[in-house]
Design a protein around this ligand. Sequence first.
Ligand SMILES: [Zn+2]
Length: 216
Amino acid sequence: MSTRNTTTAVVGGPVVQLPTPLGTFAAQAWSDPANGTEHMSVSAPAPAGYEAEPPLVRLHSECLTGDVFGSYRCDCGEQLEYALARIQEQGGTLVYLRGHEGRGIGLANKLAAYALQEGGADTVEANEQLGLPVDSRDYAAAADILHQLGLSSIRLLSNNPLKHHHLSRHGIEVVAMVATEVAPRMENLRYLQTKRDRMNHSLSLPTTTPTEGPNE
Ligand SMILES: [Zn+2]
């Protein structure tokens, strides 16, 4: 759980160009003096036709297994790629939030929860068995970064109504929620069902058997 003082501003560094396979982004690091956490924002300008739209914003919680290794146990890696592609296409910002690993419980605890899931628990039950909160993510730093980037009225790329709620509480106006559905897989179907059924995510999941392994 974050203990950051809301009066302490997150400090932004210089803006640099970040060329990626999905396009070039303007990247900036943000240090939270309250807890030493370093976040990063990546932004792309709105192309012709999207200038009048509120910018797309994705708050992406760090997930080492999904983002770096492309694990199919969750959909984080695919969500990250999907969000970056939409931001290139329509203009906006992705804030990559460190310290959000495993919805805030950390990498070691997340893998301990995976071990319990292999024994039959779902995401929520596994955290409960470990005596850990199901979701302890804090969005004060994210809201602060958005304010400093001048993004106080946004379209939020998310299926999670809690993120909308947290941002509103921190003074960010969410004018629309934009769904980020990626195709479910055999390996993450139960994870996605738990998100939908126990964590209020807006997801429409198929009744047919989804893809196993890479789509490519
Ligand atoms: Zn993940």
